[in-house]
Design a protein around this ligand. Structure first.
Ligand SMILES: Nc1ncnc2c1ncn2[C@@H]1O[C@H](COP(=O)(O)OP(=O)(O)OP(=O)(O)O)[C@@H](O)[C@H]1O
Ligand SMILES: [Mg+2]
Length: 316
C-alpha cells in the first residue's frame, strides 16, 4: 500500500489541483483519482458534484488529508460552508464529521491540504491569529457543555466576562436577551443539573451566541432529544439564523452568519438545511443547496437523504 502523501513536495513537481471540488456549471474537470491506497470502486458513488450555492464560502477544505495512525479519516476532502447559509454535514458514523469541526477551529491540523476560514489558512496562522480567529466561532457540543458549578445566567455570561471588557449592566442585558431568545428567561437562576437535556442544549446555544459569532458550529445538537424537541430545536436554529441575518444586514457586517449542523437526523436535516454536504470515506460524495441534493439521482445520496435501509450503504 503506498504511504499517505505528505506536505513536502519536490520543487519541480506540479502542485496538486486544489479545484477538485467539481462544479456542475463549470466545465467538468477530470474525475479526481481515488486517494492513495484506495480502489476506484470504493469511490464509485462519489460524483464530486457541487451544485452552486451562489455564495462565497465562509469555510473551505482544500484537498485535506488527515490520518490518526493507520486510520485515514480525511482523504482529499474538498468541502465548503457557504456564507449566510445553514449547512448540514451528513455522513455515516465515524466518517470524520467531528474531526472536520476541529480542523475549522484549529484544534486539529491537516497532514496535507488546507482549511480556510474567510479565505485565511487556519494551519498557517500564528498563535495570536488563531486566538482572534476562534472568536469568529460559536460552538455547540452534544450536552451543551455547561459548567456544573455555575447557574444558567453565569454560564451564558461566562464568554462575555472572559473575552470582553463589557460592564455588568451590558452583560445582564445581553444574557437576558439570549436567554429569552432560547426560551429560558425564567430558568436563569437554575443550576445545570436542574435542567432537562433539551434545556441544557438551548442554554449551550445561548452561550455560543453571546459573542456574536460569524460562524456557529453544532455537533449533533439533537442527540438524546425526542422527536418533538428535535423539531423545536431545528426551528430555533432557523429562527436565530434569520435574526442574525437581519442583524448582520442592518449593521452592514462584512460577513453573513454561517451555521453548520452535524446531525444523524435526516428529517431535521431536510427541514433545516439550506445546503447539504454528504461526507463518506473522507471525501464529499456530492454537495449543494438542499433542493438540488434532495433531487439528486445518485443512489447513495438518495438512500442517505431518505434514511432507507436499502441501497449502496450497508452495515460494514
Ligand atoms: N484525536 C483522535 N485520535 C485518534 N483518532 C481519532 C481522533 N479523533 C477522531 N479519531 C478517529 O477518526 C474517525 C472519525 O471520527 P469522528 O469523531 O470525526 O467521526 P464522526 O463522523 O463525527 O462520527 P459520529 O457520527 O459517530 O460522531 C474515527 O475513527 C475516530 O476514532
Ligand atoms: Mg461526531
Amino acid at each position: 500500500m503506498p504511504a499517505e502523501p505528505d506536505n513536502s513536495r519536490a520543487e519541480n513537481q506540479p502542485a496538486p489541483d486544489p479545484r477538485s471540488r467539481v462544479s456542475v456549471v463549470d466545465e467538468q474537470p477530470p474525475r479526481p483519482a481515488p486517494p492513495p491506497g484506495a480502489d476506484e470502486g470504493d469511490y464509485r458513488y462519489h460524483t464530486y458534484k457541487v451544485y452552486p450555492s451562489g455564495r462565497p464560502d465562509a469555510v473551505e477544505f482544500v484537498d485535506t488529508y488527515k490520518s490518526f495512525g493507520r486510520a485515514r479519516v480525511l482523504r482529499g476532502l474538498n468541502m465548503a460552508l457557504p456564507e449566510g447559509m445553514v449547512s448540514m454535514i451528513l455522513g455515516p458514523s465515524g466518517t470524520g464529521k467531528s474531526v472536520c469541526i476541529k480542523h475549522m477551529v484549529g484544534l486539529l491540523y491537516p497532514d496535507r491540504g488546507d482549511v480556510l476560514v474567510h479565505g485565511e489558512s487556519v494551519p498557517n496562522m500564528s498563535d495570536d491569529d488563531l486566538f482572534e480567529m476562534r472568536k469568529k466561532f460559536g460552538l455547540l457540543f452534544q450536552d451543551g457543555a455547561l459548567f456544573g458549578s455555575m447557574n444558567l445566567f453565569d454560564n451564558v455570561a461566562f464568554p462575555l466576562r472572559q473575552h470582553t471588557e463589557k460592564g455588568e449592566d451590558e452583560i445582564v442585558e445581553i444574557v437576558e436577551r439570549r436567554l429569552t431568545e432560547v426560551g429560558l428567561a425564567e430558568a436563569r437562576e437554575k443550576m445545570p443539573n436542574e435542567l432537562s437535556g433539551g434545556m441544557r442544549k438551548r442554554a449551550g446555544f445561548a452561550r455560543a451566541l453571546v459573542l456574536e459569532p460569524d460562524i456557529v458550529l453544532f455537533d449533533e445538537p439533537d442527540s438524546g432529544l425526542d422527536p418533538v424537541r428535535t423539531a423545536l430545536l431545528g426551528e430555533l436554529i432557523l429562527e436565530i439564523h434569520r435574526d442574525m441575518m437581519d442583524d448582520a444586514k442592518a449593521k452592514g457586517k462584512v460577513h453573513l452568519p454561517t451555521f453548520a449542523v452535524i446531525t444523524h437526523d435526516i428529517m431535521s436535516a431536510r427541514r433545516v438545511a439550506d445546503y447539504i454536504n454528504v461526507l463518506w470515506k473522507g471525501r464529499i460524495v456530492e454537495a449543494g443547496p438542499a433542493e438540488d441534493m434532495l433531487n439528486s439521482e445518485n443512489p447513495f445520496i438518495r438512500q442517505f437523504l431518505a434514511g432507507e435501509s436499502q441501497g449502496p450503504l450497508n452495515m460494514d
